[in-house]
Design a protein around this ligand. Structure first.
Ligand SMILES: [Zn+2]
Length: 281
């Protein structure tokens, strides 16, 4: 069984704005390890081996105002994964308001090998459906991803990074995206945690093209929020959001997930099969 963590932040640390970096450091005891993994894919792959993780989707997104991340994150992550493209899957982004030509930039990062697009509404300061409210570029991002069979991950739920605006985190605005782009695979990161998990569950059941990424939800509380998890196992992906503030180590997350009171078949689907359907080997 090939295990995928669909949500790990391997990022160019030097780009972080001081306030965001301070929060990361404060919330993680062993920050030197994060620095080392972000610098060296070899070391990170060894760590994956040591904890029994086969593949990692490496999340990056453009959010210059809040986080300091420019479009250079795409180059960073496509270089990083060259160490082992089978095990390291690059996720990148184009910011609708920080690109002169969204269509061209999208096509360019797909040519570079980006295999998922991240939208982070509370950090990019827009609603997921703002293409209906004048942000036409957002619609172009979805259209190009859909046409190329590339999934889009949308952050849902709150964020505690300085400057994050949490009104944008409600997953209900993804409903429009799922309707308007029926062939686009959409991953709801964090399942609306902690305020809007019922909305997230509804969307996953309602739309064939909407999936749940459980990262950032402590596995121990997962069944409290998603008591009917087994029903949507075929559309659910294991993820951790490591090394985000407050997120336990990846191995701890894996152990806690394996200890859940659901069937082995459902666990296998969430740890392995759903992700293989999205990013085949
Ligand atoms: Zn994340």
């Amino acid at each position: 069984m090939l295990i995928t963590d669909c949500h790990i932040h391997i990022q160019p640390i030097e780009m972080f704005k001081p306030a965001a970096l301070e929060l990361m450091k404060k919330k993680r005891a062993n920050f030197d390890q994060v620095l080392e993994f972000c610098r060296s894919p070899k070391t990170f792959l060894q760590h994956m081996d040591s904890i029994g993780l086969d593949r990692a989707v490496l999340i990056n997104y453009v959010a210059p105002d809040l986080m300091g991340f420019t479009s250079q994150v795409n180059q960073f992550i496509t270089n990083y994964v060259k160490e082992d493209p089978k095990r390291l899957i690059p996720c990148g982004s184009v910011h609708p308001r920080h690109s002169n030509n969204v269509q061209r930039d999208m096509e360019e990062i797909l040519r570079m090998g980006i295999r998922m697009i991240k939208i982070h509404p509370p950090h990019q300061l827009l609603y997921p459906n703002d293409y209906l409210n004048g942000v036409k570029e957002l619609g172009v991002i979805y259209r190009v991803a859909e046409a190329n069979g590339i999934p889009v991950m949308i952050h849902t739920g709150t964020s505690i990074f300085p400057g994050a605006r949490n009104k944008y985190g409600n997953p209900i605005y993804v409903d429009d995206v799922a309707v308007d782009f029926p062939n686009l695979k959409i991953l709801l990161a964090h399942g609306g945690r902690p305020l809007w998990m019922a909305e997230a569950f509804f969307l996953v059941r309602r739309h064939p093209n909407v999936f749940l990424d459980i990262s950032g939800i402590p596995p121990k509380t997962l069944l409290k929020s998603f008591s009917r998890l087994e029903e949507i196992a075929h559309k659910t992906l294991f993820g951790t959001d490591w090394p985000g503030p407050g997120v336990p180590e990846i191995a701890t997350n894996l152990n806690d997930f394996r200890a859940l009171n659901i069937s082995d078949a459902a666990k296998q689907t969430i740890l392995s099969k759903t992700a293989l359907g999205i990013w085949p080997e």
